[in-house]
Design a protein around this ligand. Structure first.
Ligand code: ATP
Ligand code: MG
Length: 250
C-alpha cells in the first residue's frame, strides 16, 4: 500500500484495489473476487465512501448479537482475507468468535492459502479446512462447512456473501450478519443485520462497538438487538445513494 500517496482523493479505493490485486497474485482471492470488488467499489462511490449513520447503527446491533451469541462464527472468503485480515482476527478476539474459511468456489489450494495468510497475521485456530458439515439446500461444493463451525453456529457474520448461500443460512435459522455495499443485493436483504458499508470500515467499526459494549448487561444488549430495524437500514442506504454523497440521511 505504501506507494499510494495518502492525500490522493481516491486513497481508500486505490488501497483496496492494490490489496485485492495482491490477493489474486498470492492465490488468496479468486478472479470472481476481482469482479465482486469492482461492484463494491461502484456502490462505495455512490455512498460517498463513508459509513452512514444507519450502517453505524447496524454495526452496533451486529456487535450486540455477537456478544450475546453462544457460538458466533465469522466467515472469511478471499476478499475479506485480502482486505481486512488483521481487523477480522481482532473482531473475532473481542467477541469470542471462531474464524472459518468459507469459499463460494472452494478449492483446497485457496482454502489453505487463506488459512496460512490468517495464521501469518496472528490467528491461532482457523476452521473450514475439515469440511465435515453442510449448509442444506446447496450443491455440495457450495454448501461445505465445518460441523463444529458454521454448521453449528447460532450467529454468523458473512461479509460479501452470495445471495443463495445467504438464503440457505437464514433457512437454517441462524442469525445472519451480512456486510455488503449493495443494499439491493439479496444477501443483505436476507440478513437479520445488514451492514451497508465497506468491509474496510465495517469490521473495525464492529470491533469498536463490541469493545464499548463489553460490559453491557444482557438486557442492554437485548434492547440494542430488538430496536434494530433491517428494513430501515436498507432504505436509508438506498436513499443516500439516490440523493447523492453529500445528502444526510433522514
Ligand atoms: P446476489 O444478489 O446473489 O447476492 P451479487 O450480485 O450480490 O448477487 P456478487 O457479485 O458475488 O453477487 O456480489 C459481491 C457483493 O460484494 C456485491 O454486492 C458488492 O457490493 C459487495 N462488495 C464487494 N466489495 C466489497 C467490500 N469491500 N465491502 C463490502 N461489500 C463489498
Ligand atoms: Mg450479493
Amino acid at each position: 500500500d505504501s506507494e499510494i500517496p495518502r492525500d490522493h482523493p481516491r486513497y481508500a479505493s486505490l488501497v483496496t484495489r492494490h490489496r485485492i490485486e495482491a490477493g489474486v497474485e498470492r492465490g488468496i482471492t479468486s478472479k470472481q473476487g476481482l469482479i465482486a470488488q469492482g461492484r463494491g467499489e461502484a456502490f462505495d462511490y455512490l455512498l460517498g465512501e463513508r459509513t452512514l449513520p444507519s450502517a453505524d447503527a447496524a454495526a452496533r446491533a451486529a456487535a450486540a448479537h455477537l456478544l450475546s451469541a453462544n457460538r458466533p462464527v465469522i466467515s472469511v472468503n478471499g476478499n475479506v482475507a485480502a482486505l481486512v485480515p488483521e481487523e477480522t482476527i481482532a473482531l473475532a478476539g473481542v467477541v469470542g468468535a471462531d474464524l472459518e474459511v468459507n469459499l463460494f468456489n472452494r478449492t483446497e489450494e485457496r482454502m489453505e492459502a487463506i488459512a496460512d495468510h490468517l495464521h501469518a497475521h496472528g490467528a491461532t485456530e482457523i476452521k473450514g479446512l475439515t469440511g465435515d458439515g453442510e449448509i442444506p439446500g446447496l450443491a455440495h461444493a457450495r454448501g461445505t462447512v465445518d460441523a463444529d463451525g458454521i454448521e453449528s453456529a447460532d450467529v454468523v457474520v458473512v461479509p460479501l456473501e452470495d445471495g443463495d448461500r445467504a438464503e440457505a443460512l437464514a433457512a437454517m435459522g441462524k442469525t445472519e450478519i451480512v456486510i455488503d455495499l449493495n443494499p439491493g443485493s439479496r444477501s443483505p436483504r436476507t440478513a437479520d443485520v445488514p451492514i451497508i458499508d465497506n468491509v474496510l470500515r465495517a469490521v473495525p467499526n464492529m470491533t469498536a462497538h463490541a469493545r464499548e459494549l463489553a460490559d453491557a448487561s444482557p438486557a442492554e444488549l437485548q434492547a440494542i438487538r430488538e430496536t434494530f430495524d433491517p428494513e430501515a437500514t436498507l432504505a436509508a442506504a438506498e436513499r443516500a445513494i439516490r440523493e447523492g454523497e453529500f445528502a444526510d440521511e433522514e
